[in-house]
Design a protein around this ligand. Structure first.
Ligand code: NDP
Length: 257
């Protein structure tokens, strides 16, 4: 069964892959599960689909205001989540929120580079730091040995575009230089976290969702969001301590660095 993790927080959950992940998790039978759907503007029209989904699953989906680049919002979101969790921990954090600017070295300025880094790396780092206490609670109280997403885990959504090996083949067709650099940074952040929090029993992994037809992936994408998310949830379920720090595709195959 996909999606064994009980209490899950997904960032950037109002559209695209994040929204689809919330939907699939909510439709699975998992008694007592809490799904925290982070989005930066819950009352905006772009969050309407998420709000409608939350209404269909009362007590399961909790829409949480969370702008991953705003330290106050990150802190406040953790307070909101802890009120619902009570003494329970957070089993799985999916850092999915991301931004992409389509430009190469000559057309990219400092602002795009900083914005990419701010969302794709710093935001992920600050959200992870803020939710670590709740992940630790889950790890300690699980009574399970080893590592898994049903115990305590952080899954960061990366991309093959952050891999050094994809540059020579794909850069002319798809530059996105600030995106590539920031996702390569995210990969390093995740590998460092995997080592630093190993003793806490918290698993860290990176997933590449495939090239998906979302606002970001565009119409030329190779797959739809449901296929990507079905795959990613299956991969998450299969993760053990052997994959701590791993970078895998939505099909479970290792992605090169
Ligand atoms: P979308 O552009 O469709 O959605 C991006 C989501 O991230 C939106 O919910 C957006 O919220 C949110 N977001 C952006 N910045 C912030 C922020 N500061 N705080 C909170 N939320 C934020 O992208 P996808 O769903 O396609 O992508 C999801 C993840 O998958 C990203 O990390 C992306 O890099 C990765 N990915 C996607 C691929 C694809 O082909 N689609 C391929 C490889 C990786 P808002 O509506 O407020 O803007």
């Amino acid at each position: 069964m996909a999606g064994k993790a009980c209490n899950v927080l997904i960032t950037g959950a109002n559209r695209g892959l994040g929204l689809e992940m919330v939907k699939q998790l909510a439709e699975m039978s998992c008694p007592g599960r809490k799904i925290f759907a982070g989005c930066r503007d819950p009352s905006a029209p772009k969050s309407q689909s998420l709000q409608e989904l939350a209404k269909k699953h009362p007590g399961v989906i909790h829409v949480i205001r969370l702008d991953t680049t705003d330290p106050c919002s990150v802190k406040e979101s953790a307070k909101q989540v802890s009120l619902v969790l009570g003494k329970n921990g957070l089993n799985l954090l999916v850092n999915n929120a991301g931004v992409l600017f389509h430009s190469n070295m000559q057309t990219t300025g400092a602002k795009e580079m900083q914005d990419s880094f701010n969302t794709n790396v710093v935001g992920t780092m600050m959200v992870t730091k803020e939710f670590l206490p709740y992940l630790r609670v889950a790890a300690k109280s699980s009574g399970k040995s080893g590592m898994s997403c049903s115990k305590a885990a952080v899954v960061n959504i990366s991309t093959i575009l952050g891999s050094m090996t994809t540059v020579s083949d794909m850069y002319s067709f798809f530059p996105g230089i600030s995106y590539r650099i920031s996702k390569a940074g995210l990969n390093m952040l995740t590998v460092c976290n995997a080592v630093e929090f190993k003793e806490d029993g918290i698993l860290f992994a990176l997933l590449h969702p495939g090239w998906v037809r979302t606002d970001m992936g565009g119409e030329g994408g190779e797959i739809e969001a449901p296929e990507s998310v079905i795959g990613m949830l299956q991969v998450m379920d299969s993760l053990t301590e052997k994959q701590n720090g791993a970078f895998l595709g939505y099909n479970g195959k290792p992605v090169s660095w």
